[in-house]
Write a protein of this length. Sequence first.
Length: 452
Amino acid sequence: MSLKLPLDAAGAADFHFQDALGQELPCSCGRVHRTQLEAFIISAKVADRLPDLLRRWGCRHPYLVMDRNTERVQGADVRAALRAAGFPAQDFIFPDPELVPDESALKRLEAATRRAEAIDFWIAVGSGTLNDLVRYVAHRRSQPYLVVATAPSMDGYASGASPLIIDRMKQTFPAQSPRAILADPEVLAAAPERLLAAGVGDVLGKYSALADWELGRIVTGESYCPFLVARVARSRDSVLALRRAIFRRELAAVTELFYALVEVGIAMDYQGSSRPASGAEHHLAHFWEMQQLLDGCHAPPHGIQVAYGALLTAELWRALPAICPTTEGALTHAGDRPSWEQGIRRIYGPAAPPVLALADTDPVHNPALRRDRLAAIRANWPQIYALREQVPLRAELEAAYRDVGLPLDAASIRVSPGRERDGLLWARDLRSRYTIFRLYEDLGLSTILGER
Ligand SMILES: [Zn+2]
Ligand SMILES: [Zn+2]
């Protein structure tokens, strides 16, 4: 199918990212979008497609990484297909029942690969954690990597970054973007229920994420792409419509969920940041996950925490007043730095130093820029107020969540009421990004969050 360039929102409905892989895409947003992904294959017996791909790329010594579970559901087929085609297909299998992307896992993987013969291509068979580990190691060796996905659980398959847990802190490191993403619909549809829920939750979080992105455009003039917004919104709406069929494990619906997750990942690649996919709801999820790690407990899947975060941000959008609040004398933490710093140290504990360091460069703390933002907020209040129409009511989201077992309360994601409130007040400081939290802060409304 021919591609209409430059890309624009009107043409978004007819765009299929598979037709555009490997191309430079001039866009009406003023940028040229590109992704590292060269192949996307979703089909039965997908392992049989691997040898051709590897030959096309001149690879001779692929190295497979999986865990016991992903070996059983997909990895054994991949190994057999490669060996039948004459590849040596060495592998490493993590024995962990709940693999964590931390120093220990990295060390074990690197020790195993030292014993392996010349590796020239990495293949991860798995979902989030396995990919985070493999793309990081591939990047350190400047070698290509591809993924054979086993669950439609998160939108990071196309990502070029790895969140890893180092010193019990989740930190994001540069990593290799995959050259190919492959999946077998039957395997995806047989994934554990909580991973299906996580995938749906990560996608439903995009209501909040996209509203935040447009808010950032209005208030700070940040780079914004209506084409990508239209694509991500389309993915999100299709997953919402198909949620019950996804939970009945219908192959077409699960395929659509996977397609949506990959598409959102490609949107991040196109934009060069996670902006199209991540706003205040993700900051809440990251905040809670960080606290769970510090507590030493296993965090629920990312997308499930995002889904709960999105319930809270939905409420914040709805609570905006129709008339722009007066902001004279509204105090932000920029205006009271010592007590803000104290708060950060208390809330973040050992994780406080990077959060404090981020604040030194975050324009949100610059008083002159705050004046500019307030002027933009006042001048554009009707537009900002109208953004809430893009975000469903909490009750509407809850109705959809009930169909797929997503959380309706904080206890379901092991978050206490105190932690929930801390997240509303402090998660915004994890990232330099304008969101509904920053709007509340600029308007001096943050105290409302603590009183919920
Ligand atoms: Zn996410
Ligand atoms: Zn664009």
